[in-house]
Design a binder for this molecule. Structure first.
Ligand SMILES: Cc1ncc(COP(=O)(O)O)c(C=O)c1O
Length: 370
């Protein structure tokens, strides 16, 4: 395992005695950040954990013109013993590298990336919210910083990691969301960048999302870009349908869909809880028919933010299809509890998905400001 030499700079800001209330999701950031630079010929260098601060970038930096940027998202979960759990962080790091490769950017060493996350989280453990179901969201990013308007891959990059204390996604209970099936916009296309976590995919989804919000929905269900017929994803989540309360069906990874870590974990967990699982091509017309006949009993989104977001209704071509009387269903509840129990370390982890960051001893010592 490689050991990254990270310079730790002084930071005058300590974690506040109380975090802002309401905390929301991704609105507040901790006092420190990790940064590291890359230059062609030299590789990665100057790994630093220092104060969280604005980036000074040249207006010609390629990230602003080519959009050469990737990011990822994972969380540190507070455990009952006072330590923190990172969840499948190597899998996220691997996706970060696959995103980088798709955008013609350099990869990072997975052990070094995970070490940077673990060291930053350890230093910032005071920012972990105390609220049940809250966590420290981890956002690794890589951007192209060479100053040129030429359309080609950059020679210089910045890799940084920031942390955000986040409230539980459903602070007022497990509320189903209303979803609009978009047939006017598509998110990505096979062979495009749908499997990469890159801002262009999200920027391209905003007009459709605004349209859904204006029509009284909360999320968009994206169909495939070629036939506009097969289900891809819901908002920034993977989607699953439950048949007769026991069978879970989700779109197969087609090349246009982000390979979600939550999706993968739930598909591994579900058979151990007695559910059957299939991954295939899902026709939206079939979905509407199966909702109407009552064969589909639940639908839900899967992603790091909410873990599971139950779908209460689907709007498609002027008609609204309600699922399970608009309530969160038993399968969504069971999967949510089973996965979050592992993530928060409330039960043993038989899958080897969690990696503990020890902070309990540090908490017991009086706080020292550096
Ligand atoms: C487009 C998209 N799909 C699916 C997901 C779910 O992925 P994960 O479970 O790894 O958070 C995300 C979130 O990262 C996303 O942005």
């Amino acid at each position: 395992m490689s050991k990254l030499d990270i310079r730790i700079e002084p930071c005058l800001r300590a974690a506040p005695a109380a975090l802002p209330d309401p905390l929301g999701f991704g609105r507040h950031f901790t006092a420190r950040m990790f940064t590291r630079r890359y230059s062609a010929g030299r590789g990665w260098h100057d790994a630093v954990i220092g104060p969280y601060q604005p980036l000074a970038l040249d207006p010609a930096a390629q990230v602003f013109h080519c959009g050469q940027m990737v990011f990822d998202g994972t969380k540190a979960y507070p455990r009952p013993d006072g330590n923190l759990n990172l969840f499948r962080v190597e899998k996220n790091a691997d996706r970060f590298n696959r995103s980088a490769a798709r955008l013609a950017m350099p990869e990072v060493d997975i052990d070094e990336h995970v070490q940077a996350i673990a060291e930053l989280v350890k230093l910032e453990h005071g920012w972990v919210p105390k609220q049940e179901g809250a966590a420290l969201y981890i956002r690794p990013v890589m951007i192209a910083v060479e100053n040129t308007l030429e359309v080609r891959s950059s020679r210089n990059f910045l890799h940084y990691i920031i942390l955000s204390p986040v409230a539980p996604y459903f602070s007022g209970g497990f509320r189903p969301v209303s979803v609009l099936v978009s047939d006017s916009y598509v998110r990505t296309v096979r062979g495009g960048t749908g499997e990469a976590k890159t801002p262009g995919n999200y920027a391209g989804s905003l007009a459709g999302t605004e349209e859904a919000l204006a029509a009284g929905h909360q999320q968009v269900l994206w169909l495939d870009a070629v036939e506009r017929r097969y289900v891809d994803e819901v908002g920034a989540m993977n989607i699953a349908f439950v048949y007769e309360g026991k069978h879970i069906r989700t779109p197969a990874l087609s090349g246009a869909i982000l390979q979600g870590v939550t999706r993968d974990s739930l598909l591994k967990l579900a058979p151990d809880l007695g559910y059957t699982v299939t991954e295939d091509r899902i026709d939206i017309h079939e979905v509407m028919r199966d909702i109407e006949s009552g064969t589909i009993t639940e639908a839900f989104g899967m992603g790091t933010g909410a873990v599971i977001a139950p779908v209460g209704s689907l709007g498609y071509r002027g008609q609204n299809y309600t699922l399970a009387s608009g309530e969160a269903g038993p399968v969504a509840r069971m999967l949510f509890k089973s996965l979050t129990d592992i993530q928060y370390g409330r039960v043993p982890d038989p899958y080897g998905w969690t990696r503990m960051v020890e902070v309990a001893a540090a908490k017991a010592r009086p706080a020292v400001r550096v």
